[in-house]
Design a protein around this ligand. Structure first.
Ligand code: ZN
Length: 423
């Protein structure tokens, strides 16, 4: 029987992370347990060789273990992932009333398969900002929200294809009795243990409440929400904790806002990673004006995001010679048009690290007649000039409310990333 303990740990990580803010808090909890301590961006830093720290910027987190050698001389090994997933964000004025119901106004976030959110037990989770700037995490208990399908008897045309207008049709229902129940805002404040008048802002998203489970005849598949890309945050964090310290500085960067283009102060187009690297370089190489480009030239970034496993009935959507399978190990993603940052050198380097770790490597390219998705890899490579490889665990149903991956791939990806941190 294969060891499924890391798959079980992934399920626990996903269940603890219904929003990017929760994912960052769970990563922080695990890093603290492993000896890492938090640094504030507003403080001055002077981390010594061997120091283990993490920094949080909203829904993003960067963790690092400072190497024994100055950065300009040894470079860095980085793993990148993203904390966000397609969902719906609660609107500032969310109290919607119609047809004798109370509903919650939401806005789609990212490119979800929205029909998969119908008829599921949903809640909201995220962060509240209180008067004075204090922030608290909140998750409403139970499953108070729902997006009910329309009965087929009232929509015979659905056989030709379901059409969902996000403004009119994707509005979750909260209660049936007007004014007898507290509204969402009151319930969220109550769940957080704060007064509703103290809440001055919120970042709240819808989340599916069914715990991550296992499926498949041998129980090795993981059915869960948000595997894209919490599975890579989990693997990167696990690998960083497991990696032996060395002369190179080791970095984990988990960015928010990948699903909406990464253009934010905490997204991969923003300055977060560059700011942290500049500060580390200023500590390890204070007299070298060329330390930053020297460091980047000696570094490698593994951009870890989920990959498309070949579909059991829609296998024609894959390039025939490139059909990754669940449980077959990490997938090296290549795209001639640079939707992935992998090139011969970075891909070759990753394949060598996998060979050292005895991890098989699969390959993905998109069909020539289909467009290709992208990741934080090309964005970070473009911004920083960082040699980058795009990889990820194979999965099915990407961007569904309930995605599917294999627990067998979790230790393989962790081993590959651990080898990249030390190789
Ligand atoms: Zn992704």
């Amino acid at each position: 029987m294969p060891d499924l303990s890391l798959g079980d740990d992934l399920r626990a990580f996903v269940d603890a992370s219904p929003s990017p803010s929760h994912a960052v808090a769970e990563l922080a909890r695990r890093l603290r347990a492993a000896g890492f301590t938090e640094l504030a961006e507003a403080d001055a830093w002077g981390p010594a060789p061997g120091a283990e720290h993490f920094v949080v910027r909203h829904g993003s987190l960067i963790a690092f273990r400072v190497g024994s050698a100055p950065l300009a001389g040894a470079g860095m090994r980085l793993v990148g992932a993203h904390t966000d997933s397609p969902t719906f964000k609660v609107r500032p004025r969310s109290d919607v009333r119609q047809a004798g119901y109370r509903l919650v106004g939401v806005e789609p976030y990212g490119g979800g398969l929205w029909h998969t959110w119908l008829d599921r037990e949903l809640t909201v989770a995220g962060r509240l900002v209180l008067r004075g700037g204090r922030q608290v995490l909140v998750r409403l208990p139970g499953a108070p929200l729902r997006l009910p399908s329309l009965a087929i008897h009232l929509d015979r045309g659905v056989r030709e294809g379901l059409t969902l207008d996000p403004q009119r049709h994707l509005v979750p229902v909260w209660s049936g009795e007007l004014d007898t129940e507290p509204g969402l805002t009151e319930a969220v404040a109550d769940a957080a243990g704060v007064a509703v008048e103290d809440v001055v802002g919120h970042d709240l998203v819808l989340a599916d409440t069914q715990p991550a489970g296992t499926t498949g005849a041998d129980g090795t598949w993981v059915a869960a929400p948000r595997l894209d890309n919490l599975a890579s945050c989990h693997a990167g964090g696990t690998a960083l904790v497991a990696a032996a310290a060395g002369e190179r500085t080791q970095v984990l960067v988990c960015n928010d806002h990948e699903e909406v283009g990464s253009g934010s102060m905490s997204g991969a187009r923003g300055s977060f990673l560059e700011d942290v690297v500049r500060r580390l370089v200023a500590v390890t190489d204070p007299a070298d004006a060329q330390a930053l480009p020297r460091t980047l030239a000696r570094s490698r970034l593994v951009s870890a995001d989920m990959a498309h496993a070949v579909h059991p009935t829609r296998y024609d959507r894959h390039e025939p010679a490139h059909q990754p399978r669940l449980g077959g190990g990490p997938v090296l993603k290549v795209n001639a048009n640079q939707a992935y940052a992998t090139d011969a050198a970075s891909g070759g380097w990753f394949s060598e690290r996998c060979a050292e770790a005895d991890v098989p490597v699969q390959h993905f390219v998109t069909r020539a007649d289909l467009p290709c998705g992208s990741t934080i890899g090309p964005l970070t490579a473009t911004r920083l000039g960082l040699p980058t490889v795009d990889i990820g665990a194979p999965m099915l149903a990407m961007h569904s409310c309930r995605e599917l991956a294999s627990a067998l791939d979790v230790p393989l990806v962790v081993d590959a990333l651990t080898a990249c941190y030390t190789g």
